[in-house]
Design a protein around this ligand. Structure first.
Ligand code: FES
Length: 313
């Protein structure tokens, strides 16, 4: 097994169940390889396990929360504002953070639904939910929900987002994935980047998302992704863009990646992680993807965006 870049490694939810069951994706001493080949990065999961042998695994907690407001913003698509405990707000404000959500009446883990965090205002969490089945229908017809959080791997390329400074950036919004662009754009603006946002107006455009990003002072351009991709390519070339974030479906991200690479393969690329997630803990395997013969759990593993898209399509 190849050592993977686990999003939880060294954090408060590490070591997790995978380390205790010898399935750790980050430490070869704690999986079937059983040898140490890590380059010391300030974290030794094996030593943490040895120190904490008799302590319980620190697991994410569930919180019963009130829905403050619910508004249908598109057909069967709802914006929910949920009052959450203050102690989880600082984790959920990070780019890529997501939650597991279920109705209080359906208090079974089979109803857990992974949902991207759109934004946090004080202790109010904002999420957008499209009703697709029993799980999501139940969430939009109640006034109390159970929030399990925080989860972190909603984006591939978090390092690129967190380290890009004083550069020219493009963010592309297409489809429901635009919801998780708010925190990314905020972070890029805070890091003194120039940010130009391209919105595919042929798909869903969420006014609430656009209003938020407009407040960050970024340039917003509306375009038709299928017809005007060359406009975006030209913009990237002419403006010396060095970082692109695709808040889009995976197939759109793949087409965008090919367009970027035909211009400059060195442009950093981060993408929304829309791969199927069920447990979010590396346990169930529903998010697994085969990359060059190695199994990666996309709910926990930070994978290079290009490597992921080439493996997927
Ligand atoms: S969602 Fe269960 S292993 Fe990733």
């Amino acid at each position: 097994m190849r050592v993977q870049n686990c999003v939880d490694s060294g954090g408060k939810y590490c070591p997790c169940h995978l380390a205790y069951s010898n399935d750790c994706i980050r430490c070869n001493m704690l999986n079937s390889n059983n040898y140490c080949d890590c380059v010391w990065q300030g974290v030794c999961i094996l030593s943490d396990i040895n120190h904490n042998k008799h302590e319980k695994i620190n697991q994410r907690k569930e919180y019963i929360c009130d829905i403050v407001s619910i508004k249908e913003i598109y057909d069967e698509t709802f914006l929910l504002k949920i009052k959450i405990p203050k102690n989880i707000t600082k984790d959920l404000i990070k780019p890529g953070a997501y939650i597991m959500l279920k109705s209080k009446e359906k208090n079974s883990d089979i109803f857990n639904t992974p949902i991207s965090v759109m934004d946090i205002n004080d202790d109010i969490l904002e999420v957008v939910i499209k009703v697709l089945g029993v799980k999501t229908k139940n969430i939009t017809t109640t006034n109390k929900v159970i929030v399990k959080a925080p989860y972190f791997n909603g984006i591939f390329g978090l390092k690129e987002i967190n380290t890009t400074k004083n550069e020219n950036c493009v963010v592309m919004l297409s489809g429901l994935s635009q919801v998780n662009s708010v925190k990314v754009i905020k972070k890029l603006v805070e890091s003194n980047n120039r940010v130009d946002v391209f919105v595919n107006y042929k798909g869903i455009v969420i006014k609430e998302v656009i209003d938020k990003i407009r407040n960050f002072g970024v340039n917003i351009y509306y375009f038709d992704f299928e017809k005007d991709l060359s406009t975006l390519k030209g913009h990237i070339k002419e403006n010396n863009v060095t970082f692109v974030y695709s808040a889009s479906s995976m197939i759109v991200s793949k087409i965008l990646m090919d367009a970027i690479d035909s211009t400059n393969k060195n442009i950093k690329l981060s993408i929304a992680n829309n791969n199927l997630i069920c447990c979010g803990e590396g346990i169930c395997g529903s998010c697994s993807i085969d990359i060059n013969g190695e199994v990666y759990k996309t709910c926990k593993s930070q994978i290079d965006s290009r490597v992921f898209l080439k493996a997927k399509f």
